[in-house]
Design a protein around this ligand. Structure first.
Ligand SMILES: [Zn+2]
Ligand SMILES: [Zn+2]
Length: 184
């Protein structure tokens, strides 16, 4: 019974790989990963919500109705993409724990060997020194997202960046319309 409990322990749904907090099963890919610089992403999330409330709930109402409708669709969509990027697993690879001394010495000679994760990396996998994990299809480490951008979340990341740029354009449009309306 005790043995069973101990064996069940690694299957815990909250665990850490390097500095990345993972939520989900050990057996499959983690459902949620939270990077080491998560406070930055919390700040950005608050900024998006505050700007959204200010522009959609107040300022755009003083301009044209269509701007209010666009904002009401754009801000939640942008926020959704942001949340998915921040929480989704970029492709973290767990540290290899089942390795003996002999195997380690053989693998060490491979130039693609990661001496932190004790694994051979493929050419798209990079070890992130910020997160202390190997990430498959690594793109870059994003401080604002607080984590790596890799194969698992890159589509959502670029969709967020694109939506964010439209969002900035939207904010300027509302400001310009406000200025025009007040000078009339
Ligand atoms: Zn590594
Ligand atoms: Zn990273």
């Amino acid at each position: 019974m005790l043995e069973e409990t101990l064996q069940d322990k690694p299957k815990k749904c909250i665990y850490k790989i390097g500095k990345v907090l993972c939520i989900g099963s050990h057996a499959t890919k983690p459902f949620i990963t939270i990077g080491p610089q998560w406070p930055y992403s919390v700040c950005l999330g608050i900024i998006i919500i505050c700007l959204g409330c200010l522009f959609v709930g107040y300022l755009s109402l003083k301009t044209y109705f269509i701007l209010n409708i666009i904002g009401a669709a754009l801000v939640p969509f942008c926020l959704l993409l942001f949340i998915i990027t921040v929480l989704k697993d970029p492709g973290v690879i767990s540290k290899n724990k089942d390795i003996d001394e002999v195997m380690l010495n053989i693998l060490k000679q491979d130039k693609h060997f990661c001496d932190k994760c004790l694994r051979i990396k493929d050419f798209k996998t990079v070890h992130c020194s910020e997160c202390c994990v190997c990430v498959s299809n690594y793109d870059h480490h994003c401080i604002v997202m607080g984590k790596c951008i890799g194969g698992g979340n890159i589509r959502y990341f670029y969709a967020f960046v694109f939506t964010g740029m439209i969002g900035v354009f939207y904010l300027f449009t509302v400001i310009i319309c406000l200025i025009i309306n007040t000078t009339d």
